[in-house]
Design a protein around this ligand. Structure first.
Ligand code: HEC
Ligand code: HEC
Length: 267
């Protein structure tokens, strides 16, 4: 299965509806909750690959090979909420064969999304992106490395992606790739400053306080501007990043996503 582009507005709407439904359900005691539809496809697929690599040897593909445990049932003996489930997966179960795991937040989100969708998800049909190909596309055809820095390599004009795989979930990253403008977070908004003499400086904000702003301009120079001397200072709301689908096909976007998920800091 390849990653499908997420229709963003409907996703937002669906999130709002899910939140409403969750609120309503919260007032009804002990209803067997149906989780289908609550989890993002990209997270489920990421989780499926992690499950396959880390859990099948004991729990099996269908999740029912440990006696008394049926991971696909959505009902667990020891835990109920997603938070508790993540904690159990991280800590393991002392005194049993269930080991602790060193997963980060996006990996835990993926695994739980997958466990909650396991019943309806065919593990053998998962065709995740290829990390190695993704890295090549990042540096080549996708031209990502012309703007982004990874582990000390590349320009500073766009956010450094060295640890992006541990701070964003698979679904968030996929959305960022396909719709850069729609998903731009405020701290990443480029700024446009007009100096007293009319010179325009476009750049990426590093720091800002009441009196001054520090930014990296388009030529990668560090600039510190005193706000009182500026004619104009605005946050740009259109991302300078082209959607990844401009240069890459669906499988290639999945490959780049798989690569981004391996970026976990300077290890
Ligand atoms: C080395 C074998 C082993 C591996 C690997 C393993 N588990 Fe387990 N797991 C167990 C055993 C055994 C239990 C049952 C412990 C008990 O309750 O006695 C268990 C229990 C669980 C439970 C609790 C079920 C319940 O009903 O409360 C969850 C959830 C779980 N495992 C998820 C996972 C996930 C997700 C992975 C992969 C990241 C994983 N396990 C990897 C052996 C394993
Ligand atoms: C023309 C420069 C440019 C190119 C090319 C570019 N990006 Fe970006 N990218 C940016 C800028 C600027 C931002 C910050 C604003 C935003 O979020 O859109 C960004 C944001 C991102 C984010 C979100 C970061 C966060 O903090 O969540 C990811 C992920 C990303 N880019 C990955 C990529 C990948 C992968 C490619 C190649 C397919 C790529 N970018 C190509 C400039 C670029």
């Amino acid at each position: 299965m390849t990653l499908k582009p997420l229709p963003l507005r409907p996703v937002l709407l669906a999130t709002a509806i899910t939140a409403l439904v969750a609120l309503t359900l919260a007032t009804v005691p002990a209803v067997a909750q149906d989780h289908v539809g609550q989890y993002e496809q990209a997270d489920i697929e990421f989780g499926a690959s992690l499950y396959n690599a880390n859990c099948t040897r004991c729990h099996g593909e269908a999740g029912d090979e440990v006696a008394g445990t049926d991971l696909a049932s959505g009902q667990y003996a020891r835990v109920e909420s997603d938070q508790e489930l993540m904690r159990l997966i991280r800590m393991g179960i002392q005194g049993t064969a269930m080991p602790p795991n060193d997963f980060n937040q996006s990996e835990l989100t993926g695994i739980v999304s997958y466990l909650r969708s396991m019943r309806d998800f065919d593990l053998s049909a998962v065709r995740l992106g290829d990390e190695a190909r993704g890295e090549q596309l990042f540096n080549g055809k996708g031209a990502c490395a012309t703007c982004h820095r990874v582990r000390g390599q590349g320009p500073r004009t766009a956010p450094d992606l060295t640890d992006i795989g541990s701070i964003r979930t698979a679904a968030t990253l996929q959305a960022a790739l396909l719709d850069p403008t729609g998903t731009m977070i405020p701290v990443n908004r480029p700024v446009r400053a007009v100096l007293g003499d009319g010179t325009v400086v476009n750049g990426r904000r590093l720091n800002e306080d009441t009196y001054a702003i520090q930014l990296i301009d388009e030529n990668e120079r560090l600039r510190s501007l005193e706000k009182a001397t500026l004619r104009e200072l605005t946050a740009v709301t259109t991302s300078p990043m082209p959607p990844a689908s401009d240069a890459l096909d669906e499988q290639e976007v999945a490959d780049v996503l798989a690569y981004l998920l391996t970026l976990q800091g300077l290890q």
